[in-house]
Structure formats: C-alpha cells, structure tokens
Design a protein around this ligand. Structure first.
Ligand SMILES: O=C(O)c1ccccc1N[C@@H]1O[C@H](COP(=O)(O)O)[C@@H](O)[C@H]1O
Length: 264
C-alpha cells in the first residue's frame, strides 16, 4: 500500500526524497537502561525510582534470541552525569552481535561521540548536547548523518536535559533548528509516560510527525500489544519504530509477540 503524500502543500521534490516506507511495519527497539552495571527501569526518569532487572547481557541475549533487530541501550549513569557503564556496554554490544544497537546517554562531545561510535553501534542518540550545544550538534549531524539521532525528551512541549532534571527549551523551536541542521531521525519520549505503562502519547507523536519528514521513533509508556497496534497506525505518517521497556521486563507481553504485531 502506498502512502498518500502528507499535506499537498509539501514541495514535490522534498516529498520524493523522503517518501516513507509504509510496508515496513514498526521497528521495535527493546530497551536496556543501565545503572551501576545493572539493567533497570525508572519511572518518569526519576533517579532513585529504579527497578533492577539483572544483568544487561542476559536481557540482550534474551531479546536477540526472540528476534530483536535493534536494542536501545542507555547509559543512565552517563546521562545523569555521575559515572559510566562503558565496559558493560561493550560487553552487551559484543554479545548481541547481529543486533543493531542504538546507544544513548552522556554523548556530549567529540571524545564521547567517537568512543560511542568506535564500539560499532549502528547509531547514537544525542540528548543534552543537542539542546545545549547546537553548533556542535549541527556539525556532527553533518559529519555522521544516519549514525546520529536526536532524542526529543519532553514534558508537555518542554524539552528535558541532563538526566531529565533540567528544562532545555521549546520542542518546536528546537525541532525547527534540527530540521535545518538535517537531523536524520528523532526519538521522541514523553517523559511523563516513561516507565509508567500508561500508553504512548499518540497525540504528541502525531504532532511531531506533522512537522518533520524524518523518521521518528516513539518512546515512553508502551504497556500492551494494543499500544503497538495503535503505533503501527502512525507508520504511514512516518513513525519508524518504538522503544519498549517496562512492559517487556514486567512480562506484559514477550518481544516475540510484539514482533508478531509489529508487521516486521
Ligand atoms: O531513558 C531513561 O529512562 C532516561 C531517564 C533519565 C534521563 C535520561 C534517560 N534516557 C536517555 O538518556 C539520553 C540522553 O542522554 P544525554 O542527555 O545525551 O546525556 C536520551 O537519549 C534518553 O534515551
């Protein structure tokens, strides 16, 4: 099924260059967030709210066995600016060979970016740096293209940085700037939903999809297979993927079941 162009007002050339693949289904990215060497889930990103789910490598091997194409790997200690989990991250990456890794947390300058890319990950997410250091973000977006995504982590339409502890600007203003810079992809997280299993913020995703032709990955709140069905309906609008966290760890459904409904 071919998708109708969104908005006949789009310039034709731009539309042709960015046509969405509507037959691809929804790419699923099971999440492994690491604190102090362990896989955890936070509630709304609040430090200290974590539930511990054991060894990150075990989670990665489990997702890989169930058919994961991607893993969303987060160094939460680096995101909070209180250390890092680099050695365990390298271990996860080497054990999950064949699975694409999206890595985030603490990637804020040339050194941390090079270190992240050297691990062989498929792409990295910039959070804080994209908000606090626009010139650097634009330069690495230009240099690395598809290897860089930007995480748009929001409460309402206010972006959050530094472990989601600081407000860092207006979503739409920053999105316009990143579009200018040619950002390849956005990971949109409703912080107020993250780790709550209250369902994704479909309205927010629709609004973002209405303002970019770049692929978008949804994050935060997924609780059921029905949520994935609802997100799949956004694929023709440009939604590419969904990050799943607590629902998998809590056994609401398995990754294999989720992949079945994802259309991949
Ligand atoms: O994923 C979380 O639960 C989370 C909670 C609190 C802060 C950040 C969180 N996640 C990831 O951190 C990166 C941002 O890191 P940085 O600002 O670039 O250092 C973001 O991509 C989220 O995926």
């Amino acid at each position: 099924m071919r998708r109708e162009p969104r908005g006949s007002q789009l310039p034709k050339k731009r539309w042709i260059m960015n046509e969405f693949n509507t037959t691809a289904g929804l790419t699923l990215l099971p999440a492994i967030d690491i604190v102090d060497g362990k896989a955890v889930r936070l509630t709304r990103g609040e430090a200290g709210s974590e539930t511990n789910y054991g060894e990150p490598v075990d989670a990665a091997l489990d997702w890989a066995r169930q058919g994961a194409e991607w893993i969303h790997l987060v160094d939460l200690d680096a995101a909070f600016g209180r250390g890092d989990n680099r050695s365990i991250i390298r271990k996860v990456i080497s054990k999950a060979r064949g699975v694409n890794i999206e890595l985030s947390g603490g990637i804020r300058d040339d050194a941390s970016l090079e270190q992240a890319l050297e691990t062989g990950v498929a792409r990295v997410n910039l959070g804080t740096a994209a908000l606090e250091n626009p010139e650097w973000a634009a330069s690495v977006i230009a240099q690395y293209g598809e290897a860089i995504a930007v995480g748009l982590d929001v409460r309402g339409t206010t972006l959050a940085a530094r472990g989601w502890t600081q407000d860092a600007g207006d979503l739409w203003t920053v999105l316009d700037r990143l579009e200018e810079a040619g950002c390849a992809r956005y990971v949109v997280t409703d912080v107020t939903k993250d780790g709550t299993m209250q369902g994704p913020n479909i309205e927010l995703l629709r609004q973002v999809l209405g303002r970019t032709e770049r692929p978008v990955v949804a994050s935060g709140g997924i609780s059921s297979l029905d949520d994935l069905v609802a997100l799949r309906e956004l694929v023709p609008l440009g939604l590419e993927g969904a990050i799943i966290g607590k629902a998998l760890y809590n056994g609401a459904f398995t990754l294999a079941e989720a992949l079945d409904v994802s259309g991949r």
